[in-house]
Design a protein around this ligand. Structure first.
Ligand code: S3P
Length: 171
C-alpha cells in the first residue's frame, strides 16, 4: 500500500503513540507534524503559540500538508487542529487514507491529566475546555475521515491490529 496512513483526532487521542508503533511494525517512515514543526522552529508548540501566534503555527501545518499531498508510504500523525482547514484535508486526502482515532472528552481528559504542552487547553477547567472544543471539532473529524476508529476503550496494540485489519495489511 503506497498511500500514506494519516491519523487525525483530538489532542491526547493517541495519534503519536499509535503512529510511532505502527511505523515500526510496517517499516514505514513516521512523521509527527507537531514534532516536525517544533524541530524546524527550534521551539515547543507552546512557545510558537506564545511568541509567533497561532496563525503562524497553522501556516506551518498548511505547508506540511501541501508536501504530504505528494508523499508516499508515510505514517503521519497530524495535530488535532489540522482538519480545521479544508485545504489541509484535501491535501491529506490526495496522498493518503485518513483514519480518525475517536475518543471521549472523559478519556482524553484522563490521558492529558498531567499534560501542559497543549496551549489550547491551558488554564481553567481542562475537561470543560476539551468538551467544548470537541463539540466544535467532532463533526469535522467525522466528515473528513475515510475510517472512524473508536479508541476510547482499546489500547495502542489493539488499535494497531484494527488498523491493519481494516487496511488488509498482513505483517
Ligand atoms: C492542536 C493540537 C496539538 C497541536 C497544537 C494545537 C489543536 O496537536 O498541534 O497544540 O488545535 O487541536 P496534538 O493533537 O498532537 O496534541
Amino acid at each position: 500500500m503506497e498511500r500514506n496512513i494519516v491519523l487525525i483526532g483530538f489532542m491526547g487521542s493517541g495519534k503519536t503513540s499509535v503512529g510511532k508503533k505502527l511505523s515500526m511494525d510496517l517499516k514505514r517512515e513516521f512523521i509527527d507534524m507537531d514534532d516536525f514543526i517544533e524541530k524546524r522552529e527550534g521551539m515547543s508548540v507552546n512557545e510558537i503559540f506564545d511568541k509567533k501566534g497561532e496563525d503562524y503555527f497553522r501556516n506551518a501545518e498548511r505547508e506540511l500538508c501541501v508536501r504530504f499531498a505528494e508523499a508516499k508510504s508515510k505514517i503521519i500523525a497530524t495535530g488535532g487542529g489540522v482538519i480545521k482547514s479544508d485545504e489541509n484535508v484535501e491535501n491529506l486526502k490526495k496522498g493518503g487514507v485518513i483514519i480518525y482515532l475517536k475518543s471521549t472528552p472523559k478519556q482524553i481528559a484522563h490521558n492529558l491529566r498531567h499534560d501542559n504542552t497543549r496551549p489550547l487547553l491551558a488554564g481553567g477547567n481542562k475537561e470543560e475546555k476539551i468538551a467544548k472544543l470537541m463539540a466544535e471539532r467532532e463533526p469535522i473529524y467525522n466528515k473528513c475521515a475515510d475510517i472512524v476508529l473508536d479508541v476510547s476503550n482499546i489500547n495502542i496494540e489493539e488499535t494497531i491490529e484494527k488498523i491493519k485489519e481494516i487496511l488488509h495489511i498482513n505483517v
